[in-house]
Structure formats: structure tokens, C-alpha cells
Write a protein that binds this ligand. Structure first.
Ligand code: HEC
Length: 151
């Protein structure tokens, strides 16, 4: 490679990194655009924090798009369980879940690990994220409701 080839190469790498960053951000913005009509400013911040926690602690199993994994991991996108058993869902995030459950008519029976160190606020953020992301319909969940599950 001569010098001008090399600088051309550097520019290409630079542009690639830049567009990856841009795509990453615009993905975030389109996620937010879908929910910002129904969430107020504080909830929108909680949604964003919840998304980060989800990426760190949940996404490996439940997938980035919330679709789960076959008959091993239940979906969170469009999950009847999540919306009909909200308090059980809250409890499962902190204490894990064991034993058979039925989600959208499919039976699941694999253990989900506990997250005992999550604070009530973090659990609220996760719940706000998973009930609003992926075209889920949203929920009226509050910090009081999360606290009441653990009292
Ligand atoms: C190691 C894989 C794994 C991880 C990590 C994980 N889960 Fe789960 N999750 C499962 C499995 C398996 C079940 C079904 C448990 C059963 O069969 O009793 C489940 C069930 C659930 C349910 C109830 C069923 C449904 O689909 O609505 C919710 C809600 C849930 N998980 C949310 C979360 C959240 C939020 C996180 C991150 C804090 C998380 N999970 C992390 C594997 C996982």
C-alpha cells in the first residue's frame, strides 16, 4: 500500500465506524419514536434505562427483538403471560422462575435465573421497557406496584 492508498483505507474505515454509530443511534431513535406518544419524559428515560438493562441481562435469552427462542425461551414480545400475570413477571425478574408456564398457548419449562441485586427502580425500568418495546401495548406499571410485590 502506498501512502494515498493507506489514507483512502483509513477514510473508509472511519466512514464505516461513523455509519455504524449513526445506525446504532437511529435505531434507538426509531425505538423511542414508537413509544414517545404514550410515554411522558420520565417514562421515556426509564424506557431507555430499561433497554440498557435488558441488553445486559435478558437479551441473550429473550433475544433483541423479544421473540424468545423456540420452545426453550418464551417471547416477551406479544406475550399474554406478561400482560395477564404482571405481578408474577415482576417477581420472576428478581427471583427467577421455575416450573412449567404457558405463554401464548406454548408450554415452557426451563429455569430462568434470578437477578437478586436489581433495585425496585431497575425492575420498574425493565418492566417499562419490555411492556412497551417491540410494538407491545404498554402498561400502567408504577414504582408502587413493583414495591407492593416485594413487601
Ligand atoms: C438464561 C436465560 C434467561 C435470561 C437471562 C432471562 N430469562 Fe426470562 N425466562 C427464561 C425462561 C426459560 C423463562 C420460562 C421459565 C419457566 O418455564 O418457568 C422465562 C420467563 C420470563 C418471563 C415470563 C414469561 C413471558 O414470556 O412473559 C418474563 C416476563 C421474563 N422471563 C423476563 C425476563 C427479563 C426481564 C430478563 C432480564 C432481567 C430475563 N427474563 C432474563 C429465560 C431467561
Amino acid at each position: 500500500m502506498n501512502n494515498s492508498d493507506r489514507s483512502g483505507f483509513h477514510i473508509k474505515v472511519f466512514l464505516l465506524v461513523l455509519s455504524a454509530l449513526f445506525l446504532g443511534c437511529s435505531q434507538d431513535q426509531s425505538d423511542n419514536a414508537k413509544v414517545q406518544d404514550r410515554l411522558d419524559t420520565i417514562e421515556l428515560q426509564q424506557f431507555t434505562s430499561g433497554k440498557k438493562l435488558y441488553q445486559q441481562r435478558c437479551q441473550n435469552c429473550h433475544m433483541e427483538d423479544g421473540s424468545g427462542l423456540g420452545t426453550l425461551i418464551p417471547p416477551l414480545k406479544n406475550s399474554d403471560y406478561l400482560f395477564n400475570n404482571t405481578e408474577d413477571a415482576i417477581r420472576s425478574i428478581k427471583y427467577g422462575l421455575k416450573g412449567p408456564i404457558v405463554v401464548n398457548g406454548v408450554k415452557y419449562n426451563q429455569p430462568m435465573p434470578a437477578n437478586p441485586k436489581l433495585t425496585n427502580i431497575e425492575i420498574l425500568e425493565l418492566m417499562i421497557y419490555i411492556t412497551n418495546a417491540w410494538d407491545n401495548p404498554g402498561s400502567e406499571i408504577s414504582l408502587k406496584q413493583v414495591e407492593s410485590v416485594f413487601n
